[in-house]
Design a protein around this ligand. Structure first.
Ligand code: AMP
Ligand code: MG
Length: 487
């Protein structure tokens, strides 16, 4: 065995340097016995980190906050946010730290961040810690999203801390090492705006432009161009969630990124029955973040972003509001275009010339699938087989057989491309019952089911023999699924 190579790991502190008012230098809790549970070797390679070193005592120390590379400045980031519609002026990293930024093999700047690393001045009533289950949950779901081609933060590692975390029960603690193209959120701008310091707000905006939307710098109105770019990125992101049946569950403005990456996998889950009213989160009693509400909520969150940006959009408030309102009106057409193009592709009709016929077929399928409470993932994948002539697997999902047959005939007359469908309709998503099974085992000490699930969802479009149970919907006995915030 070659010895682990001590890295020349250099972490930049660009956020802390450029926005010191929003970066509180802080140290992670010193956990007594960190032990690596999961390591993303391909992501490590992308970041130029040697997996063998990350597995060493020093590497595991880095991944859990014990080891700070020379010159690095870990910080807790300040942000505000609307949570379930109510404004909190001071949220911030209450159990997380930004270790710093590094340049990946594609030349992109990426944040290296820890979640569950102990209390900070933003912790309020929280203990600053995280449990093994929720951190592995974020790991497997974010990596599944990445494999599905959906923009997301990534998971580099989960380290067990050796410390007990107290929730409703005593649980083993863990730290997640997360990688993101940044942790700038709508809430970051809300915090800057609330300070009343317009120059700080401008520096946050300049930082965001440089990192995520550099084209905006050359626009006539760079801050308006930034807003438009974020509107476009979020419209595209939420369309992708809808197309794959992902329910984020806690779309507070502090969980909405400027980059357009999915962030903060708490009570999220994948749809089983195709039902717009689906809510999994136990705290979302009003259904604010229900599956079907996600586009409207995204637009609402972008309106909060616009409010934060107002002083940068025009000299006088009235003009600024008019400019922002017009730009926000771009959300709906962008979202609809992205969703419609995605549905076309899911039905194998990407290149079809007859727009009207395609939209009727799409609309009718949505109605039929909702009325029949059909499993979302199984439906689209089995339609690939139907496009090849075997409609039985899809037909078996419906109670209204006559309705399904009539729809299928109309759809097939448009000539769907089955091969193209299989490239966009996953066979394997992290189904709720499989995630629960994997996390229950992992919490009890057996990582086997977690590792197998991760391997399956890492290649979601590639149907493999022997993996039927990963493609099947939950058994009836699984019952109604409830998720809890990742605390
Ligand atoms: P989240 O629901 O993970 O997006 O977190 C919302 C806010 O609550 C953020 O400011 C977090 O830092 C904070 N928070 C969540 N869990 C904890 C915890 N266990 N200890 C301290 N702060 C927390
Ligand atoms: Mg959050």
């Amino acid at each position: 065995m070659t010895p682990a190579q001590a890295p020349t790991l250099t972490l930049d502190n660009r956020f802390a340097r450029e926005l010191p008012e929003m970066a509180l230098a802080w140290k992670a809790h010193q956990f007594p016995a960190p032990r690596l549970l999961a390591l993303n070797e391909s992501l490590a390679a992308e970041l130029g980190l040697d997996p063998a070193w990350l597995r060493s005592e020093e590497g595991t120390g880095l991944l859990s906050g014990k080891v700070v590379p020379e010159g690095a400045t870990p910080v807790a980031q300040a942000y505000a946010g609307h949570q379930f519609g109510g404004y909190s002026p001071r949220l911030g990293d209450g159990r997380a730290l930004l270790l710093g930024e590094l340049v990946d093999d594609g030349g992109r700047l990426r944040d290296l961040h820890l979640k569950g690393s102990g209390r900070t001045p933003f912790s309020r009533g929280g203990d600053g810690f995280a449990a093994v289950g929720p951190m592995l949950r974020e790991y497997v779901i974010s990596e599944a999203m990445h494999a599905l081609g959906i923009p997301t933060t990534r998971s580099l590692a989960v380290v067990a801390t050796g410390q007990t975390v107290y929730r409703e029960e005593a649980l083993p603690g863990a730290v997640l090492a997360r990688v993101a193209s940044s942790h700038l959120r709508v809430g970051t701008f809300q915090f800057a705006r609330a300070t009343g310091d317009v120059e700080l707000l401008r520096r946050v905006a300049d930082h965001a432009i440089a990192r995520h939307h550099p084209g905006a710098a050359d626009a006539e109105q760079p801050y308006l161009a930034l807003f438009e770019a974020v509107v476009a990125a979020q419209a595209s992101l939420v369309a992708q969630w809808m197309l794959v049946g992902f329910v984020h569950g806690v779309m507070n403005t502090d969980n909405v990124t400027i980059s357009g990456e999915t962030i903060d996998y708490g009570p999220c889950a994948f749809l089983d029955a195709f039902d717009p009213a689906t809510v999994y989160s136990s705290i979302d009693t009003g259904g604010r973040y229900a599956y079907g509400n996600q586009p409207v909520v995204a637009e609402w969150n972008l309106a909060r972003f616009a409010e934060a940006l107002l002083p940068l959009l025009a000299e006088d408030q009235e003009t600024a509001i008019a400019v922002a309102t017009e730009a926000l009106e771009g959300f709906r057409p962008r979202y609809s275009a992205a969703w419609s193009a995605g549905m076309r592709a899911k039905l194998g009709l990407a290149g079809h010339a007859d727009d009207a016929a395609v939209s009727t077929v799409v609309g009718d399928l949505v109605t039929l699938a909702q009325d029949n409470r059909v499993d979302h993932t199984s439906l689209f994948r089995s339609l690939g087989a139907a496009a090849r002539g075997d409609a039985e697997p899809a037909r078996g999902l419906f109670l209204d057989l006559a309705g399904f047959d009539a729809w299928t005939q109309r759809w097939r007359s448009l000539g769907p491309d089955a091969t193209a469908m299989d490239r966009v309709n996953p066979v394997y998503v992290p189904r709720n019952h499989l995630v629960e099974e994997a996390l229950t085992s992992a919490t009890a000490g057996d990582l086997g089911p977690f590792e197998r699930l991760l391997e399956v969802v890492a290649a979601p479009y590639d149907e493999r023999p022997g993996l039927d149970r990963y493609a099947d919907p939950a058994p009836e006995s699984f019952g109604t699924y409830r998720t809890f915030c990742g605390t």
